[in-house]
Design a protein around this ligand. Structure first.
Ligand code: TMP
Length: 676
């Protein structure tokens, strides 16, 4: 059914943002296919059921509207009543079995609707499907982080969200196509008893059944058994309450929930008011369509490209920032009173919301323990529905109460400001407030300015890995870098972090050969350009093979020398300029920058005196090494945020203490691999 998956060993070599690489992981392609089919079924089901409700309700206009509203309402209410239970079941039951049975049950329920042909059964069936969804959706959300390595979760989430929501389009086409076919069959052969949606419901049923069978084949891919450990199981109520208290206990999850709910509340206001808003602008139905298209285009772009184009900003900060941005744009929309501008701003609004969505979803997947994931996703789903229902009911009332207002500026100019615009303004302010609160609570790089991060994210200042921690030790000869690298490594390991101690040149196979060439006195004189290229080649290999993959795993990488050594030795020591060698070294390393560079500073002569047996570089005269030292110091002065300068002749323990103090706050980005 699904095409052959590529060799998983090739996946590791692909960039972490690659969705193609995610699809190459074992089982993911099948999972994706199954998810696509059930999403298709969900959307086509929504269309079919509302259309059928309309048909079954008879000729009365009011009855038809009530029937459609009924279908939409009964989709929301089960979530409010039994939503938390759904999340609990998603944690308690074997998740693969839940996905299989959930899909098959929905297949069965959809098949009964045309057979029964009654509005009552249609509403009952809708409730049943929704109840299955309440277990199925959290089980699906909780499974995704188990299918992919942590560093690929964001790419996986982009795929999952694009599939879940993107399925609406083929579903609409399927609905239209099958309705036409069944109408033709009805008028020629008298099939399907006059209801055009029967065929759609049958196709739906088949889509769910096939999706269930595909999930069945994921044995060994989705972890088997309950996510909640046997000793932690203590009754249904306890289990549900445990889920809530988990959310309440974890400051991070609490902030995420606040952010997500705030975003949906603001989004709900937009949905509730958009139609009247475009009328206020004199744009009518076409304007409404344009506005929705604009938001969705932005949303898709934000989900698909946003986190990548803003890499360098940590995920936790990005989430809050995206909410703030969405709020600011909403405020702007409320102020412009111009359809074209409003449409353009709506793209931005969608983009910010899309970034927040995929980022929040990824943080949840990364931070929430597997055994609580179903309940956390379930909790959020229920809360979001509750808030949406409230907002959809309340926002129009607020706007109505405010009503239209006209201010006369002078005899010719007056300003009309509608209740919808004021409500938008309030929603925007709410989103900004929630965004700021979330940002402050989740800020994992206190003291680092957002503008600097954004500048870096947009390529002006290089890229800082959003995962793991990258520390470089720099300095002249004999300054004690290796000792400090060892001490830092021991401290981090004792604290439970994965630590990768590495060095340049020479920490890869090719690098070792290059190291021999550049350092062996037998090599003799090299053209400065050749030397710069050899060091650059070592760096490219080092970042690609050692540093990058370790950071993606969430490790703390401590490198003995990095790009600054090239800037100082080749750019200042040799007969080249920093301007010449910097682009080369940045290109070689993909402009990956250390979160912290520790410069151990010592007069060149003192350092050289500590060195026994000089290599090709150490054999250079002391003036060469003094130029190197000044160059290092200049780099540190220019960017204090990312540098720590320590006297190399201070006692090693004191130096180590100062290094630890600077590294400590960065560790929020690293993954602990062992209990402390
Ligand atoms: P070390 O690892 O023993 O300190 O030796 C590396 C030598 O290579 C040292 O003298 C500095 C020099 N070097 C450069 O000239 N450019 C570079 O980019 C790097 C990484 C090192």
């Amino acid at each position: 059914m699904s095409p052959a998956a590529p060799d998983p060993s090739q996946v590791a070599a692909q960039p972490v943002h690659s969705v193609g690489a995610v699809l190459g992981l074992p089982g993911v392609r099948r999972f994706w296919f199954a998810l696509g089919l059930s999403s298709l079924g969900d959307w086509a089901g929504l269309l079919a059921l509302t259309a059928l409700a309309n048909d079954l309700a008879g000729a009365n206009y009011a009855d038809r509207n009530f029937a459609i509203a009924g279908v939409l309402l009964v989709r929301v209410f089960p979530a409010l009543l039994v939503g938390p239970l759904g999340g609990y079941l998603a944690d308690l039951l074997d998740r693969r079995a839940t996905l299989v049975v959930g899909s098959l049950l929905r297949a069965a329920v959809y098949a009964t609707i045309p057979l029964a042909g009654s509005l009552t059964w249609l509403l009952v069936a809708t409730v049943l499907v929704e109840m299955v969804n309440l277990v199925w959706l959290p089980a699906k959300d909780a499974t995704v982080p188990n299918l992919v390595p942590r560093e690929r979760l964001e790419a996986a989430n982009r795929l999952v969200l694009a599939t879940t929501y993107g399925a609406a389009l083929p579903a609409a086409l399927l609905f239209v196509g099958l309705s036409i076919v069944s109408e033709a069959l009805n008028s020629t052969l008298g099939w399907f008893g006059g209801s055009q949606v029967t065929l759609v419901l049958c196709a739906n049923s088949i889509a769910f059944a096939v999706s269930g069978l595909l999930f069945l084949g994921l044995r060994g891919v989705i972890p088997a058994g309950a996510a909640i450990a046997a000793e932690d199981r203590a009754g249904v109520l306890r289990g549900v309450l445990d889920g809530w208290s988990y959310v309440a206990r974890s400051a991070l999850v609490r902030s995420l929930v606040l952010g997500i709910v705030g975003a949906f509340a603001a989004g709900g206001v937009v949905i509730a008011m958009a139609r009247v808003y475009v009328d206020d602008l004199g744009a009518g139905d076409p304007g409404y369509g344009v506005l929705f298209g604009a938001v969705f285009a932005g949303l898709g772009a934000g989900m698909w490209r946003g986190p990548r184009s803003l890499r360098g900003v940590t995920r936790r900060r990005l989430f809050g920032l995206a909410l703030i941005a969405a709020g600011v744009v909403l405020v702007a929309i409320s102020l412009v009173a111009d359809m074209v501008l409003a449409a353009l701003l709506s793209v931005l609004l969608g983009f910010a919301a899309g970034v927040a969505w995929v980022t929040g979803y990824t943080i949840l997947g990364l931070e929430v323990e597997n055994s609580f994931r179903g309940r956390t996703f379930g909790f959020i789903t229920s809360l979001v529905r509750l808030v949406l229902a409230l907002v959809l009911a309340v926002a129009p009332v607020v706007a109505g109460l405010i009503g239209p207002h006209r201010w006369r500026v002078n005899d010719d100019v007056s300003l009309t400001y509608g209740g919808t615009q004021l409500t938008f303004l309030l929603a925007g302010v709410l989103a900004v407030a929630v965004g700021v609160a979330t940002f402050v609570q989740m800020n994992d790089r206190p003291g680092v300015s957002v503008t600097a991060e954004l500048r870096q994210a947009w390529g002006a200042g290089g890229a800082y890995s959003p995962r793991g921690v990258f520390v470089a030790l720099e300095g002249g000869e004999g300054v004690g870098k290796s000792t400090q690298a060892r001490l830092l490594g021991e401290w981090l390991t004792a604290d439970g972090f994965e630590v990768v101690l590495t060095r340049e040149p020479g920490d890869t196979e090719v690098g070792a050969a290059l190291r021999r060439i550049v350092l062996d006195p037998a090599t003799g004189a090299l053209s400065p350009r050749t030397e710069a290229l050899l060091y650059a080649a070592d760096k490219a290999e080092h970042v690609d093979r050692v540093v990058g993959p370790a950071l993606d795993r969430g490790a703390v990488v401590v490198t003995d020398r990095y790009v600054d050594s090239t800037l100082a030795y080749q750019g200042a020591g040799r007969d080249l300029t920093v301007g010449e060698v910097e682009p080369l070294a940045r290109w070689a390393t993909g402009d990956l920058r250390p979160h912290l560079t520790v410069l151990l500073d010592l007069p060149a002569a003192e350092g050289l005196a500590r060195v026994v047996g000089r290599d090709r570089i150490e054999a250079e005269p002391v003036e060469f090494h003094e130029r190197v030292r000044s160059s290092f110091r200049a780099l540190a002065v220019a960017d204090p945020e990312h540098y720590l300068v320590v006297e190399g002749d201070a006692p090693p323990d004191e130096v180590a203490g100062r290094v630890r103090a600077r590294v400590q706050p960065l560790l929020l980005q690293a993954t602990r691999v062992a209990a402390t």
